[in-house]
Design a protein around this ligand. Sequence first.
Ligand SMILES: Nc1ncnc2c1ncn2[C@@H]1O[C@H](COP(=O)(O)OP(=O)(O)OP(=O)(O)O)[C@@H](O)[C@H]1O
Ligand SMILES: [Mg+2]
Length: 505
Amino acid sequence: MPDFVGAVDQGTTSTRFMIFDHSGNEVARHQLEHQQIMPNAGWVEHNPTEIWERTRAVIETGLRNARLSASDLVALGVTNQRETTLVWNRRTGRPYYNAIVWQDTRTDRIAAALNRDGRGEVIRERAGLPPATYFSGAKIQWILENVDGVREAAESGEAVFGTTDTWLLWNLTGGAGGGVHVTDPTNASRTMLMDLETLDWDDELLSFFGVPRPMLPRILPSSHPEGYGLTRRTGPLGGEVPLAGDLGDQQAATVGQVCFEAGEAKNTYGTGNFLLLNTGTEPVRSRHGLLTTVCYRFGAEPPVYALEGSIAVTGSAVQWLRDQLGIISGAAQSEALARQVDDNGGVYFVPAFSGLFAPYWRSDARGVIVGLSRYNTNAHIARAALEAICYQSRDVVEAMQADSGVVLDVLRVDGGVTANNLCMQLQADVLGVPVSKPVVAETTALGAAYAAGLAVGFWRSTDDLRTHWNEARRWTPTWSDEQREKGYAGWKKAVERTLGWVEMD
Ligand SMILES: Nc1ncnc2c1ncn2[C@@H]1O[C@H](COP(=O)(O)OP(=O)(O)OP(=O)(O)O)[C@@H](O)[C@H]1O
Ligand SMILES: [Mg+2]
């Protein structure tokens, strides 16, 4: 058996290829960014062709740098930014439109209309999701209604839908020359089109968005012993490798953090933040603004579900300080700038750029910076941005504890922002709970590798994987309870100021 597993992590800002050994250690990686296309306020798009080209490039370069080839890889897993919606022609391989990214708010009126009538309740009950711009369903509807010729082609099955996992699996297995059209339940559970119990597309949900069934991919297990297909010799791997794992990025990170027992949770700090709590084989309905989602489905085993708190803007608020305000030159500098002051100086920053996601689900919210006085400086704004990451996570942790009764004794974290020590210290302070980070911080790619490796018997069981997890760093709370509650009360007040900013009628 070959010694390594590969993983492609197709993220919101970049695409990574990574190779792991049998102990779950990183052997190689290569990463390339792609363009963020913002044609109108609130619109965010990616170019699907560019995403496929970047994927090819990271695989080719990653293999070359590690002096490895397809024959060294036992399997390949794919993980992806979720919800981002593509429609392409299966005969020509040409996309009908750019990918509409999960952060895009152009469908806010579609979502608001669903929320005003009984359809919203059906979506909540059957798909586990509150109607929102975030999910794929309304994005597909937008493409069907706004791009010439797509509707007829979709009805005949010539125009097909996929999230970026589906797009890459199709291209890696030959594209227009016989590529497979598949996805997994974790990705499908983010569309508002899948029934959480049957793990199949639901005709009534499809009818809400006018989505023809022939355009949808087959839903196969996240770790699939039969494999979705083989990579093509003519593709970037230059050989045939079984594609055997497919997970949405946040579910992949949950797997990478070995949260295999009900009650285990992780929080990933990237472009946005995503806290997932494994709830076992029963879907738990949220009463406090969380999503019910599929956590993973391994082979013929029953699906495992999660409660999820999704936060749209966390690390991307740091990018905004860099790119739009220009007050830092790189993300890491946010820490040094914020450390120039001892506290937020009364300033709160609620980065509701895409409305507010969990636990509020308010498409009509927009960002605010409040509490400013003449005394404040860039340093307070940087500090408020880091605190916002932590306070948004607290909102979600509170909802999770209220929904599940599980009280966190430690928060497992990963993702780019966890490089920021001040931010992680603030997180422990804001929550009053220790924060713990594993040695392998690339949990998203690792989780996809785990799913693929389990499918082909490279790892025998999830217990095998548990032994790979080791703590690299821990932050413990230092604030008094009084300080913590005062800070949080200020945050809640700031959130109030964001609501109802966009008129929906
Ligand atoms: N030292 C730092 N302090 C604060 N934020 C940071 C720091 N380093 C990176 N970031 C932020 O982390 C984010 C990148 O993290 P990561 O690479 O985990 O993102 P990601 O969510 O996986 O990306 P993608 O959405 O493409 O998958 C960026 O938004 C960046 O601003
Ligand atoms: Mg990512």
